[in-house]
Design a protein around this ligand. Structure first.
Ligand code: SPV
Ligand code: MG
Length: 285
């Protein structure tokens, strides 16, 4: 059987662009698979938000692992886990790799910010980790894995922090030298301009992952031609459900009953299907 790590690596290394989607829980993962996407992203933002917490590095490693395990077991899709800054120093990263690898999770992504990190789209400053220190963390992660295919993605936050392209490139090269399998280059510009500049200079040294939350109109074929290997739709399923839940709850409150929303929400039967109740009942018979 092909491991999830191998599948994630294949997605990153194949010629065609891969699209993975933020999944805070197992049910979301099922819907992502049903919609035909290539893989899953366990977003620290979404998993925090679903616990009514801000994305400020509050999740512990075991909380994230627990959420990732549910997401990972729900489908055959490979999962890239958003492990923020790695939950501490090198030894914490080593333990993280061991635990996530043992859970058959495809790989982890670590970002080069100081703990506790702040979500990249929050206003205010961002504190970048010392690049050498972070490269050491990447090296620790790479050395800790026991299967070559377990993927370690290094996320560069230099553009997010306003440190410029030269610094983003310097960091990306350092992390690739340390063994990172791919670089996630993050940007909060409203166009892919910074990413295009990076890709031009990077010359496909490693696969490149992007999160086009603030530049959603970038044509996928263009992104692929420019050298992007993987796109992450990090938070759209969560944002869709917040809008839908708000609308429906508002209507129910307004109308004094659920009759008016019945046709706009998923029927119970759909949930029975998604949760494969028939199979479970066969096993119980
Ligand atoms: C996440 O989804 O948790 C991410 C992406 O890390 S971002 O929200 O852009 O930081
Ligand atoms: Mg995150």
């Amino acid at each position: 059987m092909v491991s999830k790590a191998t599948r994630l690596r294949e997605l990153l290394e194949r010629r065609a662009l891969a699209r993975i989607v933020g999944s805070r829980d197992a049910l979301t993962a099922l819907l992502v698979e049903e919609a035909g996407f290539d893989g899953l992203w366990a977003s620290s933002f979404e998993i925090s938000a679903s616990r009514a917490l801000p994305d400020l590095g509050l999740l512990t490693m075991s909380e994230l692992l627990d959420a990732c395990s549910h997401v990972n077991q729900a489908t055959g899709l490979p999962l890239l886990a958003d492990c923020d800054t790695g939950f501490g120093g090198n030894i914490n990263v080593v333990r993280t790799v061991r635990q996530f690898e043992a859970a058959d999770i495809g790989g982890i992504c670590l970002e080069d910010k100081v703990f506790p990190k702040r979500n990249s789209f929050l206003g205010g400053g961002q504190n970048l980790e010392d690049a050498g220190e972070f490269a050491g963390r990447i090296q620790a992660a790479v050395r800790a894995r026991t299967t070559a295919d377990f993927t370690v993605v290094a996320r560069v936050e230099a553009l997010i922090a306003g440190a410029g392209l030269a610094e983003a490139l310097r960091r990306a090269h350092l992390y690739a030298d340390a063994g990172a399998d791919a670089i996630l280059m993050h940007s909060k510009k409203s166009t892919p301009i910074e990413i295009l500049e990076f890709l031009q200079a990077w010359q496909a040294r490693t696969p490149v992952v992007v999160v086009p939350t603030t530049y959603p109109h970038w044509d996928l074929a263009e992104a692929e031609a420019a050298g992007v290997s993987m796109v992450i739709y990090a938070n759209h399923a969560l944002r869709a459900s917040v809008s839908a839940m708000r609308d429906v709850l508002g209507e129910i409150r307004l109308q004094g009953g659920t009759g008016g929303v019945e046709d706009t929400i998923a029927p119970m039967k759909e949930l029975f299907g998604l949760t494969q109740v028939n199979r479970w009942e066969e096993w119980s018979a």
